[in-house]
Design a binder for this molecule. Structure first.
Ligand code: NAD
Length: 294
């Protein structure tokens, strides 16, 4: 049986660590970390994500501010709100929940966020700092994966890491992080995408396979080298009449058959997913303690 890399357990451990640190800060008379989130419109999934982030802030003892704006808000108004939060010395971290309505430029809004408060790690300044291996806020999903590899003591140095998918929020940063001089890192990285030829052959050479392409159960056992470490980022809802909810979650990896070959694997649900909020909280704590930009 492979090691099951348990993101649910790890994320609750991280939350407990953050909670303890916040208690210490408060006991020392320090300022309570404060995260602000801007939510535009009424998208169901976005409301759920933001709600979970606010709840997590409460749990660890952070202060949180949720700014709700109508779907019809102008780009100018939203940029003004971002600026206002940039200028508020009490707020340590700011996230703008995506997606935004079509009439608003994500690039403009993202670049408006002050890098020192960009705890989602989406601004060019933080992506650049990450690439340079400087202190940076690393985006939640890649950071969560790095933390799982670290806490499960997965050897990465000299290994061949194949990343499937090159999105700005997962695949690309993952490839940079795994190649960095450090731990986890020092891997030889192949970044694959929709135009890659012989993907299956390349995947079979991976000691560490990180899958983030957004296609249900795309990676099958014949694409995996025996003993590989497999990280599944995908999340998909499929109908399942046997479940009370009427659906279940699956990943980009065909879990049952791949688990038989892998030495370690993340399940879906309960793998990478739960780590994202823990990463966001961690970045907010870093900001409050001025550990990235000092
Ligand atoms: P995306 O759609 O932005 O990018 C997908 C990438 O996969 C693209 O770079 C594309 O080139 C590549 N790709 C598509 N088809 C391919 C193919 N046949 N072969 C090789 N490469 C191919 O996706 P994303 O935002 O990175 O998300 C990927 C998956 O991860 C989705 O299922 C998403 O829901 C999930 N996700 C999960 C979390 C989490 O917290 N667990 C966070 C972000 C995304």
């Amino acid at each position: 049986m492979p090691t099951i890399i348990d993101g649910k357990l790890t994320s609750s451990q991280i939350k407990e660590e953050i909670k303890t640190r916040v208690e210490e800060i408060k006991a020392e008379g320090g300022k309570t970390p404060h995260l602000a989130a801007i939510l535009v419109g009424y998208d169901g999934a976005s409301q759920t994500y933001v709600g979970a982030k606010v709840k997590a802030c409460e749990y660890v003892g952070f202060e949180s501010t949720l700014v709700r704006l109508e779907e019809t808000v102008t780009e100018e108004e939203l940029l003004r709100k971002v600026e206002e939060i940039n200028e508020n010395p009490d707020i340590d971290g700011l996230i703008v929940q995506l997606p935004l309505p079509k009439h608003i430029s994500v690039e403009k809004v993202t670049s408006k966020i002050r890098p020192e408060k960009d705890v989602d790690g989406f601004t060019p300044a933080n992506v650049g700092r990450m690439a340079l291996n400087w202190p940076a806020y690393v985006a939640a999903t890649p950071y969560g994966i790095i933390e799982l590899l670290k806490r499960y003591e997965i050897e990465t140095s000299g290994k061949h890491c194949v990343v499937i998918g090159r999105s700005h929020i997962v695949g690309s940063p993952m490839s940079i992080l795994m190649a960095r001089n450090g731990y986890p890192g020092n891997a030889t990285v192949t970044l694959t995408h929709s135009r890659t030829k012989n993907l299956e052959e390349i995947a079979r050479t991976a000691d560490i396979l990180i899958v983030a392409l957004g296609k249900p159960e795309f990676v099958t056992a014949d694409m995996v080298k025996p003993g590989a470490v497999v990280i599944d980022v995908g999340i998909h809802r499929v109908e399942d009449a046997s479940k009370k909810s009427g659906f279940r979650l699956i990943g980009d990896v065909k879990f049952d058959e791949v688990a038989e070959k892998a030495s370690a694997i993340t399940p879906v649900p309960g793998g990478v997913g739960p780590m994202t909020i823990a990463s966001l909280l961690y970045n907010t704590l870093l900001s409050a303690e001025k550990k990235v930009y000092s």
